[in-house]
Design a protein around this ligand. Structure first.
Ligand code: CU
Length: 813
């Protein structure tokens, strides 16, 4: 049963038949798609002199080392002309007939709208994709936008159709064509492009009016049984939380290491035997759904302040089926606070952190998916660079890594604070524009939806050593640019800060560190939690960032539980967001768990995915699902594996649609770097932004390891970040490590047990007197603080009785 949209499109195509001039066809049903926005859609109008032999409003395009011929042929589906693009010899690159990028020829579009594109084709190669370009109104230039789908081999004319994602901001026109990147030919005819209007029921508020605007929080009746620092959403919908010692020296000494699995269905927790102190390890989901955990805590800092935290070399897999840990081979060195990024072939790359002796680790580690083990250092490309702690390394669509500048503790890296690392060439290039790079400690960075747009947002941060008020800076970078640079975004909205039990509105440039940023199925980013200072002064504020408009929606409902250091928030498969943890300077831990219901779940019935016949997907697939009512988009969201505001693998991969009523064909990217192999949540979302409950699908080759991503032919990776503004960084000589101050954690070890964190620097607003400092500590429930090692750098033990802030210390001296 054809839908309204279907009918009007067939009508438009019928009307194209026999046309000989650039034409506009009006759809018969205004409730549905509009006119065909393509001029000369069937190549019937020849181009003038100077159009390089191409039909009117079409041009030759492409790049690379290959032999191409363009022919206007009589072998048309309708009319008397079609376009044949043939690739002979090919080393690299692609060729296409592209809509001429002039105001006359290229279709006008509006940001946030979606468009249905279609054409007829026959082919002798399967290395063919529909490629889009966009005209940016801020730069006045054309650039690559996205590849929407691949076209299967077809000897006879067949119709290909695909729905675009929402048009990005600052876009007024687009151009598109069929890219050929394999040897063979593709003949195309009868292009069409129509604006999408998806009929959806009027949303009806099922909560209070305020809830329908701002969403609502609930604090769960059950509490988190462990002092968890790490949260991983498993492919069975359960949540693994890992504490290890949970930053408790006494638990460390007792060898009490914990983790737990939460089952959102019954709302139950199960404790999991935990072999080592995985406190401040790294973690990432592998392609088979197991969680790879690397490093952890080998030892707490010594009381004399000479040695800081020490990193384990141990590594484990967590198996969601058996809910147990399996030991792997060791890392070559310890990495307390490592990064962990999964690559397009399923390998994992890890940088940074502290070694077994508490020095800074300069060795990169690589987990081989094929060998199921960590590779020896000699088999891993090394730059001997120190990337700091939890450096946020995001996989780019061409396989390079973008270091966003988000990190944990202290200053940013030397240079601009952000860079691109090319593993294959083993080069690092600084990227400019990150604001205040030395105050991005525990900022949050996310690859914005959709991943195909290759834009990264970095929010807030502070500096736990100098301890300024955390900032509200926002930086956005478009990695598709030839010379990408961060540009300032809108300031983070402000909320209320609680200081020593007193709440007040934030002011001036006050923002947050310890921010959680969660990608939602409607394509927005939910940011929540955070604090103003080093492990102190929680900020109650939450907002949405919309990547289409580049704006925040401020003043959402606020998590009633403070969520500062060692907190995390993550998307559940039902579309809600769960938040756990808070570990302030006095080293208490908040075991309350809260769950946010976004407004999209309070606006009437949700669309439902009624069938997913195949849950094992491969790259370049077209996968058919059915839904119970019209949807506007669908996507894959990689489940969270988050700690310390950092989840560089979090991504939202758009699935361009081919819609036929309630049957939807999903066009899966052919590029593993856009969606590394593994389990994903599949959401279907209606035009009101209401998502379905997720279905779990596995993306990746059905057997064995993924073919090496860089060897997969790809239409469009050539013009990404290939003309960087900065030169490649000078190679460093081989070295063992870099010195890292034991105070990197922002804690003065002269006071209290390890894990307790008297700040190395008090906030600027605290006067430099014993009384003011002791009052600040008392207001934050630090309790009795022993003075360690006879040092008293903050002058808190004036009477030298070995206890800070005692009565005798506060009397005038
Ligand atoms: Cu930590």
């Amino acid at each position: 049963m054809p839908s309204v949209i279907r009918r009007s499109r067939s009508a438009a195509l019928l009307a194209v038949t026999g046309m000989t001039a650039a034409l506009l066809v009006t759809a018969p049903t205004p409730a549905s798609a509009g006119p065909n926005l393509i001029l000369n859609p069937g190549f019937e109008t020849p181009g003038g002199p100077g159009n390089d032999g191409m039909p009117d409003c079409w041009k030759k395009a492409g790049w690379g080392n290959n032999d191409v011929t363009y022919e206007t042929v009589a072998d048309a589906r309708t009319g008397s002309a079609a376009m044949k693009v043939s690739l002979g010899r090919r080393v690299d690159g692609d060729r296409k007939a592209l809509i001429t990028e002039t105001p006359l020829c290229s279709p006008t579009v509006s940001p946030d709208r979606q468009y249905d594109l279609s054409l007829w084709y026959k082919s002798t190669t399967a290395d063919v994709s529909v490629t889009l370009f966009r005209h940016d109104t801020t730069t006045g230039t054309w650039g690559y936008w996205t590849d929407l789908r691949t076209l299967p081999l077809s000897a006879d004319y067949t119709r290909a159709e695909v729905r675009t994602p929402a048009v990005p901001p600052n876009t007024d026109r687009i151009s598109w064509g069929v890219s050929v990147y394999g040897v063979g030919s593709v003949t195309t005819d009868d292009y069409a492009m129509e604006e999408v209007t998806v009929p959806t029921p009027d949303p009806e508020c099922t909560g209070t009016p305020a809830e329908c605007l701002k969403g609502r929080w609930e604090v769960l009746p059950t509490r988190n049984p462990v002092r968890s620092v790490h949260s991983v959403v498993l492919h069975n919908g359960k949540v693994l939380v890992i504490a290890g010692s949970g930053n408790s020296e006494s638990m460390f000494e007792a060898g009490t290491f914990t983790s737990a699995v939460y089952d959102p269905g019954p709302g139950t927790w199960k404790q999991i035997p935990t072999p080592v102190d995985m406190f401040c390890a790294g973690h990432v989901q592998l392609q088979d759904g197991k969680v790879l955990i690397m490093s952890g805590n080998k030892g707490f800092p010594t009381p004399d302040g000479r040695i800081g935290y020490q990193g384990l070399k141990d590594s484990y897999l967590f198996d969601p089926d058996t809910e147990s840990y399996i030991r792997t081979n060791d890392l070559s060195e310890g990495h307390w606070y490592p990064s962990a990024t999964i690559l397009g072939n399923g390998d994992v790359i890890t940088f940074g952190g502290l070694k077994q002796d508490s020095t800074g680790n300069v060795t990169a580690e690589r987990w081989s998916a094929a060998q199921n083990r960590w590779l020896p250092t000699s088999q891993v490309n090394q730059t001997w660079s120190y990337w700091g702690l939890y450096p946020s390394m995001i996989l780019m669509q061409d396989g390079r890594l973008f270091y966003s500048g988000s990190h944990v503790f202290g200053n940013g890296t030397p240079g601009t604070g952000a860079s691109i690392y090319d593993y294959d060439r083993n080069t690092i290039t600084d990227v400019p524009g990150l604001q205040n790079k030395d105050q991005r400690d525990q900022s949050a960075s996310v690859l914005l939806p959709p991943a195909q747009d290759q834009r990264v947002l970095t929010i807030g941060g502070g500096n736990n050593e100098s301890n300024p008020a955390a900032n509200r800076l926002t930086d956005i970078i478009d990695l598709k640019e030839a010379a990408p640079a961060y540009r300032p975004g809108p300031p983070l909205p402000q909320g209320e800060v609680e200081q020593g039990g007193v709440r007040r509105a934030q002011r001036g440039s006050e923002g947050k560190m310890y921010i959680s940023a969660v990608l939602l199925p409607d394509g927005k980013v939910f940011e929540t939690g955070g604090a103003l200072h080093d492990r102190a002064d929680p900020v109650f504020e939450a907002s949405f960032f919309d990547p289409v408009t580049n704006t925040y929606t401020p003043d959402l409902a606020k998590d009633p539980v403070p969520r500062g250091y060692h907190s995390s928030s993550f998307l559940l498969p039902d579309g809600r967001v769960m938040s756990v943890g808070d570990n302030p300077g006095n080293n208490t831990y908040n075991h309350n768990v809260s769950v946010y219901t976004p407004p999209y779940l309070l606006r009437g019935p949700r669309p439902r995915i009624t069938s997913v016949p195949d849950d094992r997907w491969n790259y370049g697939d077209t996968q058919r699902i059915t839904v119970n009512r019209p949807i506007a988009k669908a996507e894959l969201i990689r489940p969270a594996a988050v700690t310390h505001s950092s989840d560089p693998n979090q991504r939202f991969v758009d699935l361009p649609l081919t819609v036929n009523g309630s049957t939807i064909d999903l066009n899966v990217t052919s590029n593993p770097n856009l969606a590394p192999p593994g389990w994903y949540m599949l959401f279907a979302v209606d035009a009101n932004g209401i998502p379905s409950v997720a279905e779990w699908v596995h993306l990746g080759p059905r057997t064995g390891a993924a073919r090496h991503a860089s060897h997969a032919p790809s239409a469009h990776v050539h013009d990404f970040a290939d003309q960087p503004a900065n030169p490649v960084r000078k190679r460093l000589a081989k070295r063992d490590s870099v010195p890292v101050s034991p105070t990197v954690t922002g804690c003065e070890r002269a006071y209290g047990a390890a894990g307790v964190c008297v700040p190395t620097a008090f906030p600027k607003t605290v006067r430099a007197t014993t009384a003011a400092r002791c009052e600040w500590l008392a207001d934050r429930d630090f309790g009795r603080l022993k003075v360690n090692g006879g040092r008293d750098p903050h002058r808190l033990d004036r009477n030298r009785d070995g206890v800070a802030c005692g009565k005798g210390d506060l009397r005038p001296h």
